[in-house]
Ligand binder design. Structure first.
Ligand code: A3P
Length: 886
């Protein structure tokens, strides 16, 4: 009998190694290395086999229209006979929609708002049951269409309101849209109202949606197509009427209306136009909501139709598809020659439906030839076909620009990419660029804009981050340093989405987005769409060509939209022609949005922004207040400006275009920012039209301080100020002439009059500030009290700021009889009054001017006293005096 050998650790090791200590160590290391190498080989094998398993058949954009005519996709211009909604009649209507919703929280109401917001249609929301808003202004209708989330709220409105609304609709040619809601107990063939000769059946499940090619309502919607299959939800309403006023816009078949087999069911109207034969008012009635995607299109068409084209979207759509990360990407996700071939073919096919179509390729040269052998051939093939595409530069090494603090380093990196492009024959003159992860575009990193201009002569870029990533429907463009920033839309393809089966949330999610969902809607709502895709979306499953070819087919099938692609510079010019109001940027506090903060330079801090602002108006004692504030140990002012001295004047006028960095550089970086209060005073902020909105965007939590004196006195002090500054008009004309200047006076005099009088419309300006800020954020100082008892005002001010330590001004402000004002006392106990230009001596006001201004300011003063009452603020003595004089 042979004994079993005893296998011990020692004997095992002994098989391959001798048993000395260093030899054991060597052995262990060899074993570990062997494990690591086998793991690497194994994972490479697994991942590659997965690629191969998923890769052989990329999905095809196989969507077919039922109505597809052979030349549909080769047709840039869609159907030739489109309904024109624009009317030649002179309509006295504002292009705005009135939406009456059931409650603040109702889902359909929310969806209606979202569609209107996304299509940039102006609208006003009101809750049903309340009084109607004012419908007219100076014989002009304020709304071109009225939408009822629940049509019954219109039918059974109180008599007075209903008569008022119907009269308005008749007189101004305004149409009504109404949605029929499901009932707790289903209705079958039930009259909706005595006056309308219309019955409904509710709570139905429907299928097969047909459009009426003869309906004049359809404009965006291409009527030839039919939706086959079940419609979402089982809460549809269908309409029944023999009256000729009702013309179906769409029909569907009902599963459970008659009990007959489905195949025998008739088409039932689900969307009808009431042509107004009964009472003269045109209406469109919806038997279902927006769970069915087609209703979004039909809703926009109904608005266009009922507003007589005043609220029509254009039919032209400009699409730019950027392919970012060219040459960037790990092995295994890059493009091989076959993918480049597929890209060229997709471009060719897309160019049949999108006039002038070209893919726009953004490259980072550093990673050229960093793929596998086949992928490197893919890089070469892209260059072989360099002229078939448009090109734009990315960063050389795909680095985030906000991480570069100094100009020259950023310039250098860009130059390397520039040289790379030159070397490889890539065009360098597109004038377009984008930044990795939107970094430096918004929030603005000035260094990026400068380097872009210097190295690449960039004129256009795009981002998803302005003003914020979410909600996407509010993304906008702006212009900074002559670079046009376009909003970019998200198509749902990211660097890591390379396989349809692994699409986040499943392939159905991408398909839903394409076939009537988010991506399709972007084509419908936005006349201009810039989409970002990535190199990786064109390898493996080639999800990007699949997605765009599918959505374009779907758009062509269901809409009359005409698709174009134009180079980025032309596209940007078009964008700002369409939306000139967006040219001006709005600087938002980068610390409020997490994403913005993550792409904002670490060298910048929101602590370098003021905690409160003294907003004016001019000549009310703002310099005195500013001087007193700077005496406080915990209050720190801005650095002086070479042009405007102690005032920064950022939020009004041209300085705003200099950007956030420019503004922040006026403030010191504080060691103890939480206990110190940075502030600035610019007296022209008070009456600046855009200032409250701009301040609110950058400093939403800031406190605001205004000083009010009699507007009559203020106007006179301002006039004297202009004379002291040798303004030729103020020197030539008397105060009375200026304040009473009418149309017979030269323009320059009238302009000076406006500048003199407008800031005194206190209530109007305060209301504007209060539409952006909570009253708790605003301190109103009585300028007379500031003059006569500044120490009390300063105590109140400190309580308003909740500032510590409390600083007693009693002994630090001393009345100076020769100046006639209180003056600061320095720590060395010397009195330092304000300069000679503050608290001037000038002759008393002309009696006639005073009398004129008392009457002129009376309505403004009345409005101010009402506002102060509403704010539970005391009425200053000067106001009571002015009111009694007016
Ligand atoms: P006048 O020069 O017409 O008297 P502002 O600084 O906003 O331009 O306002 C100037 C006004 O502040 C002066 O107008 C003056 O009446 C007023 N004022 C209030 N307190 C003052 C003070 N302590 N010293 C100087 N001027 C003061």
């Amino acid at each position: 009998m042979v004994a079993e050998p005893t296998i011990t650790k020692k004997t095992l090791l002994g098989v391959c190694c001798s048993v000395t200590q260093p030899a054991i160590r060597r052995c262990l290391m060899a074993a570990v290395m062997f494990c690591v190498i086998s793991l690497l080989v194994f994972s490479y094998y697994i991942s590659n086999s997965e690629l191969h398993r998923l890769n052989p058949d990329p999905p095809q954009p196989s969507f077919q229209c039922y109505s597809q005519s052979s030349d549909l996709l080769n047709n840039f211009h869609g159907s030739s006979q489109l309904n024109v909604h624009a009317s030649s009649a002179r309509l006295r209507l504002d292009p705005k929609v009135l939406v009456i919703i059931e409650s603040q929280y109702s889902l359909l109401g929310k969806q209606i708002s979202e569609i209107l917001e996304a299509s940039r249609t102006r609208f006003k929301i009101e809750i049903a049951g309340k009084n109607l808003p004012v419908l007219t202004r100076q014989d002009k209708g304020k709304f071109a269409v009225v939408v009822f989330e629940d049509y019954e709220k219109y039918l059974f409105m109180n008599k007075w309101n209903r008569e008022l609304l119907d009269k308005y609709c008749l007189e101004y040619g305004v149409g009504v849209i109404g949605f029929l809601r499901p009932k707790e107990k289903p209705l079958v063939h039930t009259e909706i109202h005595n006056d309308f000769d219309l019955a409904i059946s509710t709570n139905l499940k429907l299928y097969d949606y047909h459009l009426n090619p003869n309906s004049s309502v359809l404009r965006l919607t291409r009527p030839e197509e039919t939706f086959y299959g079940d419609l979402p939800t089982s809460d549809w309403t269908v309409f029944h009427s023999a009256h000729s006023t009702y013309k179906p816009i769409a029909w569907a078949r009902a599963h459970n209306l008659t009990g007959k087999p489905a195949s025998e069911n008739q088409l039932m109207p689900t969307l009808v136009e009431d042509q107004g034969q009964i009472d003269g008012i045109q209406r469109v009635l919806f038997g279902g909501g927006f769970k069915f995607w087609l209703h979004k299109l039909l809703f926009l068409d109904s608005i266009s139709f009922l507003s007589h084209g005043k609220l029509s979207l254009p039919l032209d759509r400009f699409i730019l598809i950027d392919i970012d990360d060219i040459f960037v990407g790990q092995k295994g996700v890059r493009m091989k020659p076959s993918d480049v071939q597929a890209l060229l073919e997709a471009q060719e096919r897309l160019s049949h439906s999108i006039q002038g179509f070209r893919f726009n390729l953004g490259f980072s040269g550093k990673f050229f030839h960093h793929g596998s052998g086949e992928e490197n051939k893919g890089d070469d093939m892209l260059l072989k076909y360099v002229d078939s595409f448009w090109w734009f530069p990315h960063m050389w090494g795909h680095m985030k620009p906000h991480l570069f603090y100094n100009h020259s380093l950023l310039d250098q990196r860009m130059l390397r990419n520039y040289q790379f492009a030159k070397q490889h024959g890539i065009p360098v003159n597109s004038g377009y660029s984008v930044a990795p992860h939107h970094s430096g575009v918004y929030p603005v990193h000035e260094q990026l804009y400068e380097a872009w201009k210097k190295v690449w002569n960039v004129r256009v870029t795009s981002t998803e981050e302005y003003p914020h990533l979410h909600p996407a429907r509010f993304r906008r463009g702006f212009v900074h340093r002559n670079i046009m920033v376009l909003p970019r839309q998200t198509c749902g393809l990211y660097t890591h989405t390379i396989f349809l089966n692994k699409y986040p949330g499943g392939p159905a999610r991408l398909k839903n987005s394409i076939y009537g969902g988010d991506l399709f809607s972007l084509f419908v709502y936005n006349p201009i769409n810039v989409f970002m895709t990535h190199l990786s979306n064109y390898g493996n499953d080639r999800l990007a060509p699949y997605t765009f070819e599918s959505v374009v087919k779907f758009v062509k099938c269901w809409t009359n939209l005409r698709l174009f692609t134009v180079p980025p510079l032309k596209l940007a010019e078009k964008y700002f022609e369409l939306y000139p109001e967006e040219t001006d940027p709005v600087w938002i506090n980068p610390c409020i949005d997490k994403r913005h903060k993550s792409i904002w330079s670490k060298t910048k801090t929101c602590d370098q922004l003021p905690k409160f602002l003294v907003i004016g108006p001019q000549k009310t004692g703002t310099t005195a207040l500013y001087t007193f504030l700077t005496m406080h140990p915990a209050i720190v002012s801005n650095y002086p400006s070479p042009e405007t001295y102690e005032e920064v004047q950022f939020f009004n006028g041209k300085n705003y275009y200099k950007g956030l960095d420019w503004y922040m550089n006026f403030f010191p970086v504080l060691k103890n920012s939480s206990s110190l209060f940075l502030f600035e005073k610019s007296a022209t902020y008070f009456d600046g039209e855009l200032v409250p909105m701009r301040v609110n965007s950058l400093l939403p939590y800031a406190k605001l301080v205004t000083i009010l004196i009699s507007p009559i006195k203020r106007a006179y002090s301002w006039y004297q100020h202009m004379r002291a500054h040798k303004d030729p008009i103020a020197l030539r004309y008397t105060f009375y002439d200026i304040v009473t200047a009418n149309e017979t006076f030269p323009k320059s005099v009238r302009e000076l009059r406006n500048r003199c009088l407008n800031p005194g419309h206190y209530a109007q300006h305060l209301e504007r500030w209060l539409s952006y800020f909570h009253p708790r954020q605003l301190l109103i100082i009585d300028g007379e009290e500031l003059k006569d008892d500044p120490a009390s005002v300063m105590s109140r001010f400190q309580r308003f700021l909740r500032i510590k330590p409390f600083f007693s001004y009693r002994n630090r402000l001393k009345y100076n009889p020769s100046k006639g004002f209180f003056c600061p006392v320095t720590e060395e106990n010397s009195v330092k009054c304000l300069g000679h230009n503050k608290g001037r001596n000038y002759p008393p006001m002309d009696y006639r001017a005073e009398k004129f201004l008392s009457t002129f300011y009376l309505p403004h003063n009345v409005a101010l006293s009402k506002l102060l009452n509403k704010l539970r603020q005391p009425i200053p003595e000067w106001l009571e005096r002015d009111l009694s004089r007016g």
